[in-house]
Design a protein. Structure first.
Ligand code: HEM
Ligand SMILES: [Cu+2]
Lengths: 545, 294
């Protein structure tokens, strides 16, 4: 207790006396617990709730899109608003739902998994979270200003984006704030992993979720500032007369795309790498076998992280970049398929001859495995320069990235919640309903996105509110899938709330063959995960590879 | 209010709850709102003042708390390491931010401008739109944005910028000497050399401001002078902003030295600021070479 005896000024003197007791449940109460939060679990919870809310709002934007596209012709909204919907949908889903969900999971899990009491920089952690609600308030309110919400697409391309109305600076500043939040969050993750591991938790003993987040954090630190630079240049081009993206002044609109995608491609891996980690935790548990090829998973993740910085121009094949550039970026992109293939192989090999069972987390992980791979293959098709000349700007691209993002990243997030929720809350959820959630999601996500491959191959352009009549049938199918998928997601908050209210108590281990330090803690996990560092024997038991 | 130190504090230190992070979020949001209403012409520039006032208050209060806690010796070595690593990775993110602008500079000089001048794959743009455009650097583009042809001059490298290079490089030396003095407990030397560092820093900023004045008044070089003005002022401007922040932090460190805050073993804040200062220094070298000289 040495620290407390000489800490009277900054902390209350009375505290020093009673901190010794009631180790675990010593938590602040009322609104201060959340607004002034420094506890990794509280902050993780706020991140997850926030992500859920943004998922709902972003999802409603998507419903508007699918309703308008149900039939050819203009029915519900005007074209400008339609374009705002596609833009806002993407920004809310990427920066509001998926990224904060991963940071929330990182907060909850990393300290538990590496044997730490909390994150390394708890107050910074609070700051990274609380920037987000403000950023999204700013972004959301663009819907109500003159000129409407931004409508130039989430890629914010100049010169289109520069023509946005009063929403323009709001969008830019919202992105600055989201970026700051992610950078601070990433710094915290890196420092936590480097500095807070319990003795005996060697780097190559860390669970894969920790590893994949570690690498994700480096991607964030390297990529987000570049996005900040890009949007700053947009801002000065609009208001202060710079000509970064104007050819008359010696700039180049294509330059915006280079800078944006230098951020943008690492960004898509920021969205998916933690998902790889989650799947690598779930599949061994429900196969009752250690993960096949743990070390190759680590190296594959690292090489994906590295490669993601040298493939960006595969988004720009039709902009007229030099041929040598197209060849380079085609080959580097196809190279990413190698480490990605290693991962898919390892997950499959982990299941081989395992004694499988199909609880909801496993179902979502399997859904991920199959459908993410479909998205990976369509990505490979898009990586081929001559083929991309055909596919670029069509619904084929939309199908590609929705396969990697929805049954990819989102399924992994849902799977992670179903995997760790009993650990967090100490209660079991309704597995039958969660199984329903899985099957409804899986069926309808395919009804929603598979036909978009056909539409794209037949030439239907993306980001268009109206279309030629021959595209009607598949668009109707897709919209029906969309509404049904959207409705099925309402099961998710219901299942979680029901669990929190009236779930059966869960055991500490929760899943009989779960490995890792978090499962050595009781359920619900104590407020400060490892107040006492775990013993090396415990760590060795957890690291089952 | 209740504190959350439950873990055995001989093994771990966890900070108690704090109002300053949320205060920081609110300040940033207020600045952003102020900038939005100003840029949209709804108000004057005064609208950004409240946000910055909040931000400065926040910084003072947050640092006050942290310094107070530190002086009471409640941070252990692990916390110290966390702070160090955090600062290093933060500086890396700053490097990437400058990287975006350097990237824009290189892209414009090596690719975009020569293409506009008719080189390489984009010949027809040149041929059809601007057949007389030469595409040489420095340029404000084929339409001479922000002035007529030949209407602006650039700042020569071996004038004020070269002096500024010397100023900043010597400030890098003085801060290192100060650091050694701190480690060896030579207080007088520490105070003098640290003061010299921030004085050099502010000299740099002053000279830079003077140079900006000349550019605008005499050289016809402005932020809006095509791609040259854009890259020149954005790069040097963000750098100057960082020097100002760095020098201000040096002043704070200096005041803390006067109060006897650091020990030869434990002086994270000093090191963090000196790292930041070296980073600003290195960025300037890049600027001097690629923006002014080559
Ligand atoms: C095997 C791995 C992958 C390959 C080879 C690949 C390839 C590509 C290519 C070539 C494009 C550009 C298509 C075009 O615009 O013409 C693209 C677009 C896209 N990809 Fe992938 N991709 C892969 C994995 C992923 C992953 C894992 C994600 C995200 C989790 C992702 C998200 C996206 C997104 C969001 C876009 C569209 C961006 C836009 O234009 O709005 N991709 N992909
Ligand atoms: Cu990409």
């Amino acid at each position: 207790m040495a620290e407390h005896t000489h800490a009277p000024a900054a902390t209350s003197p009375a505290h020093a006396v009673h901190a010794v007791h009631d180790e675990h449940d010593h938590r602040p109460h009322g609104w201060r617990r959340w607004v002034y939060a420094t506890n990794h679990k509280d902050i993780g919870t706020m991140y997850l709730v926030f992500a859920g809310l943004m998922f709902l709002i972003g999802g409603s934007f998507a419903m508007v899109i699918r309703a308008e596209l149900f039939e050819p012709g203009m029915q519900l909204v005007d074209p400008q608003f339609f374009n705002s919907m596609t833009t806002m949908h993407a920004l809310f889903m990427i920066f509001g739902a998926v990224m904060p969900a991963w940071t929330g999971l990182a907060n909850w899990l990393i300290p538990m998994q590496i044997g730490a009491p909390d994150m390394a920089l708890p107050r910074l952690n609070n700051l990274s979270f609380w920037i987000l609600p403000f950023a999204f308030t700013l972004l959301f309110s663009t819907l109500f200003v003159p000129g409407g919400a931004p409508a130039g697409g989430w890629t914010l391309y100049a010169p289109l984006m520069v023509q946005t109305g009063d929403a323009f600076p709001m969008t830019i500043f919202a992105i600055h704030m989201m970026g700051a939040s992610s950078i601070l969050g990433a710094i915290n993750v890196i420092v936590t992993i480097m500095n807070m591991r319990a003795k005996g938790m060697g780097l190559l003993r860390m669970p894969l979720f920790v590893w994949t987040w570690f690498i994700t954090a480096f991607l964030l630190i390297a990529a987000m500032p570049v996005l900040a630079g890009a949007v700053t240049m947009l801002l000065t081009d609009h208001y202060f007369g710079t000509t970064f993206f104007t050819a008359t002044g010696g700039g180049d609109p294509i330059m915006f795309q280079h800078i944006f995608w230098f951020f943008g491609h690492p960004e898509v891996y920021i969205l998916i790498l933690p998902a790889f980690g989650v799947v690598s935790e779930i599949i061994p548990t429900f196969s009752r076998k250690p993960l096949f090829g743990y070390e190759t998973m680590v190296y594959a993740t690292a090489s994906i992280g590295f490669l993601s910085f040298i493939v960006w121009a595969h988004h720009m094949f039709v902009t007229g970049i030099p041929l040598a550039g197209q060849l380079f970026f085609m080959l580097s992109t196809m190279l990413i398929a190698v480490p990605t293939g290693v991962k898919v192989f390892n997950w499959t090999a982990t299941m081989y001859k395992g004694s499988l069972s199909f609880e909801p987390p496993m179902l979502f992980a399997l859904g991920f495995l199959f459908m993410f791979t479909i998205g990976g293959f369509s990505g490979l098709m898009l990586a081929l320069v001559p083929a991309d000349y055909e596919y670029h700007g069509t619904y084929f691209v939309v199908a590609h990235f929705h396969y990697v993002l929805v049954p990819g990243a989102i399924f992994a997030i849902i799977g992670a919640v179903y995997y760790w929720l009993p650990k967090w809350s100490g209660k079991m959820y309704d597995m039958r309903l969660a199984t329903w959630h899985f099957w409804l999601s899986t069926v309808f996500v395919n009804v929603l996105f598979f036909p978009q491959h056909f539409l794209g191959l037949a030439g239907m352009p993306r980001r268009i509110p109206d279309y030629a009549v021959q595209f009607t049938d598949w668009n109707m199918v897709s919209s029906i899938g969309g509404f049904a998928f959207g409705l099925s997601q309402l099961l998710f908050p219901y299942i979680v709330l029901k669990c929190l209210r009236s779930g059966e108590p869960a055991t500490g281990r929760v899943w009989e063959s779960a490995h890792g330090l978090e499962w050595e803690l009781p359920s619900p996990a104590p407020y400060h995960s490892w107040g006492e560092p775990p013993s090396e024997a415990l760590i060795a038991r957890g690291a089952a590879h | 209010m209740a504190q959350a130190h439950a873990p055995d504090s001989s093994k771990y230190y966890l900070p108690h709850n704090s109002p300053w992070p949320i205060f920081a979020s609110v300040s940033v949001f207020t600045i952003m709102l102020g900038a939005v209403v100003y840029l949209n012409d709804w108000t004057g520039l005064w609208s950004i003042i409240p946000g910055f006032a909040l931000l400065f208050t926040m910084f003072i209060c947050w640092f006050h708390t942290v310094i107070g806690e530190n002086q009471h010796g409640i941070y252990n070595l692990q916390v110290d390491r966390s702070f160090r690593m955090g600062m290093l990775w933060f500086i890396l993110s700053e490097v990437m931010f400058f990287g975006a602008f350097f990237g824009a500079l290189f892209y414009a000089r090596i690719l975009a401008v020569p293409w506009l001048g008719g080189e390489g794959v984009k010949f027809f743009t040149h041929f059809i739109l601007w057949p007389t455009y030469e595409g040489t650097w420095p340029t404000n583009g084929p339409a001479h944005i922000g002035g007529n042809a030949g209407s602006f001059n650039i700042v020569p490298a071996f004038g004020v910028p070269a002096i500024n290079t010397l100023v900043l490089l010597s400030s890098g030396v003085t801060v290192t000497i100060a650091h050694h003095a701190l480690r060896q407990g030579k207080r007088g030397m520490l105070i003098v050399f640290l003061a010299a560092t921030f004085l050099l820093g502010f000299t740099f900023v002053g000279l830079q401001a003077h140079e900006y004045g000349e550019s605008y008044r005499e050289l016809g070089l402005r932020l809006s002078t095509g791609i040259y003005g854009s890259t020149f002022f954005m790069l040097t401007g963000f750098h100057g902003l960082h020097v100002t922040i760095g020098a201000t932090m040096l002043v704070i460190i200096w005041l803390r030295v006067l109060r006897g805050h650091f020990t030869p073993q434990r002086h994270f804040a000093f090191e963090a600021v000196s790292w930041y200062w070296h980073f600003v220094d290195v960025v300037w070298l890049g600027l001097f070479i690629f923006v002014y000289w080559l």
